[in-house]
Design a protein around this ligand. Structure first.
Ligand code: F6P
Length: 553
């Protein structure tokens, strides 16, 4: 395979780096025509990337690179259901999960949309009956609490959406009197945290696992089953436990009623599964199906934009291209995701998995080792909290491209003696100020003019020229949340398409799982035989010492 780094377009961008390094954002931002060329909007989602270390020439070269990498062809292949996840021989059709009833999207010649809507209709009917009190627990009480057990892609996305909706007025009204709790970690502390305040009589446990074999989830599922049956008897399993999985055989083997199982398909990657039953079951139970249908509609609107808009106006594609520019060409390996919205507090952790599990690869899609690095390290925290934590480093330490996300109208307001407190205005002032502080900085001359003592001038200098981009949403509701999530899902796919990798497999998580199995077996053996472990058990001397220290306790 000819790697994209061999292309003329790649080399043109590599050459262009020198020219861009000679520019400074404080000067570039004086150019109104440039700003005009680096702002886009679709359906209320406004994106300003004028604070990237980039010029309109950079954009042109990136668009040429996208053509050379056949991004449009790869996007079309994805929506056509081609098996672009070639190492697992699977289609990548998560966009079908939010397509309208009459859409046609095919895997192996079969339209998958009717099946998608079959499950959605089942989720709607079930969540309506639970929420309406028609489905009851073994003691005849309504099921008002839901514990969603799952990890990674089976937890992070639904948790992010739940947190974002939990303060949105319409969703909040729908959730009155209900509780949704997530249990992911195999740490017993997490099980105690999730379950200790719940009443089993009013609790419905949803086991969410694509494979239904993930060790952590299955152990937590058994813990929850014991928690229910010890208090309510064996009958509780069929009335208080349901499942979401692609492995319906394993669901039945676990002892669950297949009627209480909600399926999805191998063409949905775990980290892309929020819009499948993985997210739709727990979230519809909490907020009702109509709210979650709005979420799907928002995702579909952005999917359609991604599929149809020309690259130069295509928000997810532009985000993905700029990501390649920052990480691969400018060598900035980290991205800060900075929502100025407390409701988006779990957005960065979700994007962390979505991006890092998708694009943290060392070989091209055909297995050829790559001569450049892919993927970026994503981290983040809502503003303004982050400002009091790690912003020192991004202002005066390392250069970390930042993605600011703001919302025009707040989900909530607070009042003091009848007067609206200006908290949202305050929050947004910071959202507008930080990108300019990063971009423009403050030089020694300005500091001296302010009378800053000479020995402090270098400490107080901000070099500036630190890139960011700003995304502004009109408000944060189920629909715009769907737009935002789809924007990032496709941003990540676009970067992967340019790098020429498979963004849809995750072989890198396997080795640790295999080694954990070996450790589990040997620890059990050592405990049974009451003996210490040694290198003869197949561990190196460091691991032997660590394990024996653990076994001694
Ligand atoms: O961490 C690896 C992974 O396979 C993720 O891709 C996935 O989202 C997670 O584990 C959970 O898997 P499952 O839904 O099969 O339990």
């Amino acid at each position: 395979m000819v790697l994209i780094s061999e292309s003329r377009e790649w080399k043109a961008l590599a050459d262009h780096v020198t020219a861009v390094k000679q520019t400074h954002l404080k000067d570039l931002l004086q150019d109104d025509a440039r700003t005009d060329a680096l702002v886009r909007e679709t359906e209320g989602v406004y994106m300003d990337f004028s604070r990237q270390n980039a010029t309109p020439d950079t954009l042109k070269l990136l668009l040429d690179l996208a053509q050379a990498a056949d991004v449009p062809g790869k996007v079309a292949a994805m929506f056509r259901g081609e098996h672009i996840n070639s190492t697992e021989d699977r289609a990548v059709l998560h966009a079908a999960l939010r397509s309208p009833r009459d859409a046609v999207m095919e895997d192996r010649g079969q339209n998958v949309v009717p099946e998608v809507w079959g499950v959605l209709d089942k989720i709607k009917a079930f969540s309506d009956r639970v929420r309406g009190g028609e489905v009851k627990g073994v003691t005849g009480k309504a099921l008002t609490n839901v514990v969603s057990i799952g990890i990674g892609g089976s937890a992070l996305g639904p948790l992010f959406v739940h947190t974002a909706l939990s303060t949105e007025p319409q969703a909040m009204a729908q959730a009155a009197g209900r509780q949704l709790v997530f249990l992911a970690n195999v740490d017993p502390v997490d099980a105690v945290r999730a379950l200790h305040s719940l009443d089993p009589e009013t609790t419905l446990v949803v086991i969410v696992s694509k494979t239904f074999t993930t060790a952590e989830t299955m152990l937590n599922a058994r813990t929850a089953r014991a928690w229910l049956t010890e208090r309510l008897g064996a009958e509780a399993v069929s009335k208080h436990m349901i499942a979401v999985s692609t492995n319906l055989k394993a669901v039945a083997e676990f002892g669950l009623n297949p009627e209480n199982a909600f399926g999805f398909w191998d063409w949905v990657g775990g980290r892309f599964s929020v819009s499948s039953a993985v997210g739709m079951v727990p979230l519809s139970l909490q907020y009702g199906f109509p709210i979650m249908e709005r979420f799907l509609q928002g995702m579909h609107a952005m999917d359609t934009h991604f599929r149809t808009a020309p690259l130069q106006d295509n928000l997810p594609a532009l985000l993905g291209l700029l990501n390649v520019w920052n990480t691969t060409f400018l060598g900035r390996s980290t991205t800060a995701i900075l929502p100025y919205q407390q409701a988006l507090q779990h957005f960065a952790p979700h994007i962390q998995q979505l991006s890092m599990e998708s694009n943290g690869k060392g070989v091209a899609i055909d297995g050829t080792p790559l001569p450049f690095e892919t993927g970026e390290i994503d981290f983040g925290e809502p503003g303004t909290n982050g400002q009091h934590s790690f912003y020192q480093l991004i202002h005066q330490g390392r250069v970390i491209p930042a993605e600011f996300i703001g919302v025009v109208a707040s989900q909530q307001d607070v009042y003091l003696q009848g007067e609206k407190v200006s908290s949202h205005e305050e929050l947004m002032c910071n959202f507008f100020a930080q990108p300019d502080a990063l971009a423009c900085g403050k030089d020694a001359a300005a500091l001296r003019a302010e009378g800053v003592p000479e020995h402090l001038v270098s400490h107080k200098t901000f070099t500036g020229n630190r890139p960011s981009l700003s995304i502004l949403l009109p408000e944060l509701n189920a629909y715009t949340l769907g737009q935002l999530l789809s924007l990032y899902e496709h941003r990540i796919a676009t970067s992967g398409f340019v790098w020429g990798i498979n963004s849809f497999d995750q072989w890198g998580v396997e080795l640790g799982k295999v080694l954990a199995n070996k450790v589990r077996a040997k620890v059990a053996e050592a405990r049974t035989d009451n003996r210490p472990l040694s290198t003869a058990d197949g561990f190196n001397s460091s691991t032997v010492r660590l394990l024996n220290r653990f076994l001694e306790s």
